[in-house]
Design a protein around this ligand. Structure first.
Ligand code: ZN
Ligand code: ZN
Length: 359
């Protein structure tokens, strides 16, 4: 990863936003800008300098991971060490902070150290905008993570059977993910069977898979720092007509949204492409979440693909397309792919059959 180029891009933005310094506290953003993956740190970028503040637990790790910034190991909390460093430099009057990730307590500890003349400015959007467009190496890593996810779906198919618990299926999947090199899962694995499939975020529980019904499987791995995300819904036992009808409607809606993905399209239109199709089938009221989200170092990134969102799809964005229908007390269906926006449209990073599978 070319971390130096990313810091250069930040510097160009500092000037534009009339900021003397940017104090990055959101850990994935620190990772993005200098490669540091520790759990405590603040990265301060000024016109001429870039300094990562962390503590003694990370001395070795920081020196191994970080090339694009100087490293300062402090005895106090990283935020206090960073604030003291800023306070000693009287030219740093306007300091950008990430208000969206900043607690009231953090702000108070900063204010205690910084001189009154220092102004804190919300610069959350800066990194959100930068990270939204993935470079070639990021896309390669996302592709690898997603392809691993697709391979792991086979483990689900092997372990999923009536009587097995949702947790057993998720556990087998997670064990295989680890063996294949995944650092961790992108989020708690969802295996939601029978009536539980109507819970959009039904984390794998100790409930057994019933003899008949849908099973929503939504899972992702983190490989080389990047997240994968995909959902497939399978059916245990013979599916009734209503189940088929709903599955085909969700499948159609997902395809309609996918077909809309290309550079220049407003994300709200992608969302409405899916919603329109479900409306025709009388199912729109059961589609209770947004159509998708960006994926990268974090599982949920910009842009959010939802009704009336104005962000425009651009080359290099990586997003999920995941409409679902959830009929309370009965069942739910969701189908999700992760795609990268290409010049002509998109590439599906999670190629895997979407025909209704009955097990
Ligand atoms: Zn998902
Ligand atoms: Zn998702």
């Amino acid at each position: 990863m070319d971390y130096r180029a990313r810091i250069r891009r930040i510097r160009a933005n500092l000037e534009q936003e009339r900021l003397d310094a940017l104090a990055i506290t959101h850990l994935p953003n620190i990772h993005y800008l200098c490669g540091f993956t520790g759990s405590s740190g603040v990265l301060v970028i000024t016109e001429r300098d870039a300094v990562l503040f962390t503590d003694g637990r990370y001395t070795q790790q920081a020196h191994e991971e970080v090339r694009s910034a100087r490293i300062k190991i402090g005895r106090k909390a990283a935020l206090v060490t960073a604030a003291e460093w800023i306070a000693r430099r009287s030219a740093l009057l306007r300091v950008g902070v990430e208000a969206a990730y900043f607690t009231v307590a953090s702000q108070e500890s900063l204010r205690k150290v910084l001189p009154r003349s220092t102004r804190l400015v919300d610069a959350t959007a800066l990194l959100v905008q930068l990270r939204m467009i993935k470079d070639t190496e990021e896309i390669a890593r996302l592709r690898s993570a997603c392809h691993l996810g697709v391979k792991l779906f086979d483990t689900i198919l092997e372990t999923l059977r009536p009587g097995a618990t949702e947790a057993e299926v998720a556990g087998a999947l997670e064990f295989e993910a680890r063996k294949a090199g995944a650092e961790q899962m992108s989020f708690p694995t969802i295996v939601a069977a029978g009536a539980r499939s109507a819970l959009p975020h039904g984390r794998a529980s100790r409930e057994a898979i019933p003899a008949r019904g849908f099973v929503v499987c939504d899972f992702g791995v983190i490989l080389a720092g990047y997240c994968s995300d995909m959902t497939r819904t399978v059916h245990v036992g013979r599916a009734k007509t209503e189940a088929w009808r709903v599955y085909e409607a969700v499948h159609g809606a997902q395809q309609a949204a996918l077909d809309a993905v290309k550079p220049g399209v407003v994300v709200g239109e992608v969302d409405s492409a899916a919603r329109k199709l479900l409306k025709k089938k009388g199912l729109a009221k059961f589609f209770t979440h947004s159509t998708g989200h960006g994926v990268g170092l974090e599982i949920h990134e910009a842009p959010r693909i939802a009704a009336n969102q104005k962000e425009m799809l651009q080359l290099g964005m990586v997003v999920t397309i995941e409409p679902g229908v959830y009929i309370p007390g009965k069942f739910g269906v969701r189908i999700e792919d992760t795609v990268v926006v290409t010049e002509t449209g998109h590439e599906v990073l999670t190629p895997c059959s979407k025909q209704l599978m009955t097990l």
